[in-house]
Design a protein around this ligand. Sequence first.
Ligand code: BDP
Length: 707
Amino acid sequence: MLLRSLLLLLVLVGAAPRCRADDGYRLWLKYDLIADAGLRARYRAAAQFIAVEGETEIAKTAAAELQRGLQGLLGQPVPVVAKAAESNRRGIVLSVGPPANVSGSSGSRDGYRISAQGNTLRVVGGSGAGVLYGVFALLRQLQTGQALGGLKLSSSPRIQYRLLNHWDNPNGTVERGYAGSSIWKWNELPQRLDPRYTDYARANASIGLNGVVINNVNASARYLTLEYVQKVKALAGVFRPYGIRLYLSVFWAAPKVIGGLKTSDPLDAQVKQWWAAKAEEIYKEIPDFGGFLVKANSEGEPGPQDYGRSHADGANMLAAALGPHDGVVMWRAFVYKANSNGDRFKEAYEEFKPLDGQFSPNVLVQVKNGPIDFQAREPFHPLFGAMPRTPLVLEVQLTQEYLGMATHLVYLAPLFKECLDADTQTKGPGSTVAKVVDGSLDQHRLSGIAGVANIGADRNWTGHPMGQANWYAFGRLAWDYTLTSAAIATEWTQMTLTHEPQAVATIVNMMEKSRDIYVRYTTPLGLHHIMGQNIHYGPEPWLAQAGRPDWTAVYYHKADSVGLGFNRTATGSNALALYSPGVQKQWGNANTCPLNYLLWFHHVGWRQPLSSGRTLWNELVTRYYTGADSVTWMQQRWASVRPTVDAALHADVAARLAIQRREALWWRDACVLYFQTYAKQPIPAPFAPPTRTLAEVKTLVDLYQLK
Ligand code: BDP
């Protein structure tokens, strides 16, 4: 009897549909069986074999990925055959051929063409990597339910170096990381290769990324020791079949710290020799090593200025060490001095603009999207367009340091696009940041874009399940910045969350609005840098004392009895003068400056009427209140898609939205109560004043900062 029940149980378990909760590990590469039987049958008919012509290592990776994807999506194995079957069977042929005929930068060897020809669907890549990108593009067609008949697709990346920057430390922590510890297990390397490294490489390749800086810009010299070079080599070996090159952030003072030299002066012969030998040593182990990323003379990091040398002297010395090996230096422009009378906005520009034309050909200067530091909204960095003789890498942040960490739902593609599409007007209208970055505006051979990763050891990689969309969107835009944020959100949602059209539309709509909503309840109208000290979370607009004046909030918002905002016009810091005349015209007049940038450039009277018809005070309060209320709207939208999304994932996002709502109210109350002490005006109807006092709200910050 017992045996019979046991047997019955086994049979039942075996027969149960395999519906495991979605833990998010598979990202957008789920390859679940296509539910629509008709569509599945059409795909099955078209994909009866895979053939690879002229194999390269990466093309083999591509064939394996295609096989894996088709097996999952079609629910049946598809054989990889040696040669394109001459029979009348229909299948997919992968080959390396002439680069895709698509306008783009010098990265066109990475391009691909997909076309239906007779019985076969041909994926032709300009290189093995191009084949791999083509395969992922084809899989994306299947994952999003597109027709294959008459399919004609071709694409080529517009930007050559498409990198993730990890801010990971040797001890397993991640600077500004909110998704658990680092995915790199240094204590296990090089002997054990966590399978996760391969899935990570697959994910990056699937969105067209081709480089990874694996460690923090506040770099430990350790990575340059022989012991670590062996570990790094093992990782590079995992990335290589996916077309991904590995790069290191380097600690400027390494020659002193691990090299035993007395100096790290870039013009010192022994220092030059030390770096050249180090590069030699790395390339011996990792022949396709990408190069160095450098944060120097910034936030206490050492650098060439310690020896009276310039950033160019430092970058060029490293470039000379890497040059013989085809490596590049990405030298960061994120520098600012502690000057209470200055304007941090101008400092990177003032240091780097005079160096334009002095950098070696294999140096790129890496510039953050905005002049301060990854705020929820910043004007584009004035260096874009101002250094025509230097290739500039655009650095954006995927990890949500200032955007609610891993609890607030903020889809970042609109933020990235806002910067890429911004018109610097330096060479007439249409001189967009994107054209500076892709090298087309000034005919640069090199071009690059970098995203500070939001990835950690959490099972779902990004902590917030929707954070995956930011990783995804970064890669897609790095490949092709002309894609719209909505199109990217749509394909990501279909591949990751649901195929139900109404739900897809709802989720995409919510994602598209999420960044503006976040700006409204945290830093509306161009407010910036008023967040909690150190942790950069929650509001702390009253912060007046910190390690440096430009780490306080009052330095930036300048609230007083007259009004609010940083006057950066000619009567103030004159940072506006760093932009071209057209841009100055657009932002220079408080009456015509778009409201989203108003307080970035102007000190505006509390009772000043704005283009919205409201006074500054009333507009400010309106934005804080409607922003916080919009989180409730997001909660409702998310609730409406519940039947169509995995239950565990749905509950996870719903819980994070509840936190977001609570914290939006925190931001709202903190900011309106604090600014009210200067504006001295009531909360306008129809909004109800906060039910707590400023003193009560202030204690919340202490709670978060564990004071
Ligand atoms: C800031 C971060 C800090 C980074 C720095 C950087 O607060 O942790 O080290 O940028 O980019 O956003 O170097």
